[in-house]
Ligand binder design. Structure first.
Ligand SMILES: NC(=O)c1ccc[n+]([C@@H]2O[C@H](COP(=O)([O-])OP(=O)(O)OC[C@H]3O[C@@H](n4cnc5c(N)ncnc54)[C@H](OP(=O)(O)O)[C@@H]3O)[C@@H](O)[C@H]2O)c1
Length: 361
């Protein structure tokens, strides 16, 4: 079997995207071919030319894994092989192998990038946790859309990546297309971050926005589900837990705190009444589900809950499915970023961005 690329090793800087420069061939293994996994495969195909010319990267799909098996090809899985990623047709592909698992796939090749798009379980971290550990131990860089594995073992996975000199990207798990981690980790380097506040869950923000316009909670939730914004089971979103785990991943990355789920006080939006929102609106205020971490004496206090904010608050104008985050710093003042697509293609774009950054380093 061929290695990941024709020359050099995965940890070396990518060739610059200059005319005549070499293009680095990178093997990609994907686990989870649901909304995000499919969007990622499609995005890499759409962007193939620009990845080659701008970043010197030729991403080749080596393995695509579902829960019951997968496709694997030494020469790269082509668009035709993928049959539009139609789940029922995938198993008919000559490349399909029932029971194929990550432990069969990764050690068989030279290293590449493993892309985890499996469902998130914030209690156990599985199945992504075992996949990511296997990938890092096999020398593969990892990018993940799943919050579960990172919440379950943030320090362990980061340590494994660090010890093996590998990238571990998780932008897609921390508000996806909103570059929250990039700002906190890279753009604010050298400044002391004094507090972080974020609207980090598009579903809750959409529901609160609708309720602010007079819709009862159930109607707003139904509308979010009909539009594909809310999942059939929206408990983690409306219960505040999605916001809480994003907040703790961002806080742990930016502030190096080592927080776990038990350190965040969490309240969701199910207790917010439409009259609270209309009343707030009349006073020129808005109620938002905000995840916040700030210093109290010599301790950090992390909490998620509905908060009434006024027009001067930097997150006041973050409406609908948009998200936003504000960092208060000692030397750079208050820095806010908002927007970022809240959909599987936005999450796929965050995965791709993390891959590009791994090779830029
Ligand atoms: N949807 C979004 O906009 C979004 C945004 C940011 C982050 N995320 C995160 O991205 C991840 C994927 O989300 P999604 O919306 O794509 O979910 P999804 O549509 O449910 O897709 C997950 C896929 O993983 C497959 N799967 C389950 N167990 C597996 C296993 N052991 N090995 C390989 N594949 C397995 C499932 O199909 P089979 O069982 O048929 O293989 C399913 O199709 C989640 O962790 C989510 O929290 C999603």
């Amino acid at each position: 079997l061929k290695g990941p690329k024709e020359k050099g090793t995965m940890g070396e800087p990518a060739p610059r995207a200059l005319a005549g420069s070499a293009v680095e061939r990178v093997l990609i293994g994907v686990a989870g071919l649901g909304h995000v996994g499919k969007a990622f495969v499609g995005l890499v195909q759409d962007k193939a030319d620009s990845l080659r010319t701008r970043f010197g990267l030729d991403l080749k799909f080596w393995a695509l894994l579902k829960s019951d098996g997968g496709l694997i090809s030494d020469s790269g899985i082509s668009l035709e092989d993928l049959a539009g990623l139609d789940q029922s047709r995938l198993t008919l592909s000559p490349l399909w192998k029932t029971g194929l698992g990550v432990e069969d796939v990764l050690p068989r090749s030279g290293p590449g990038v493993f892309v985890d798009c499996t469902p998130s379980n914030i209690q156990t971290g599985e199945p992504g946790l075992a996949y990511i550990r296997t990938a890092l131990k096999a020398g593969w860089h990892v990018v993940t859309a799943g919050k579960g594995p990172l919440v379950a073992d943030f320090e362990g996975l980061r340590g494994l990546a660090r010890d093996n000199h590998l990238g571990l990207g998780f932008s897609a798990a921390t508000a996806a297309a909103l570059p929250a981690l990039d700002i906190g980790v890279h753009s604010l380097a050298g400044a002391d971050v004094l507090s972080i506040e974020g609207i980090l869950n598009g579903t809750s923000n959409f529901i609160l926005t609708q309720m602010g316009e007079g819709a009862p909670y159930e109607v707003a939730l139904k509308l979010a589900q009909v539009r594909g914004i809310a999942e059939p089971n929206p408990a983690l979103d409306v219960g505040g837990w999605d916001t809480a785990v994003k907040l703790l991943l961002i806080a742990n990355s930016v502030l190096g705190l080592g927080l776990t789920r038990g350190d965040v006080q969490v309240e969701g939006i199910t207790g917010v009444r439409p009259e609270d929102l209309t009343q707030a609106r009349r006073k020129g205020r808005a109620i938002k589900l905000i995840g916040r971490i700030r210093r109290e004496g010599d301790r950090w206090r992390a909490e998620v809950g509905p908060v009434s904010i006024d027009r001067t608050h930097p997150l006041f104008g973050v409406e609908g499915t948009n998200k936003g985050i504000t960092f208060e710093t000692d030397t750079m003042g208050s820095v806010t970023v908002s927007g970022g697509k809240s959909d599987p293609r936005g999450a796929a774009a965050a995965l791709l961005k993390d891959i590009i950054h791994v090779f830029r380093k």
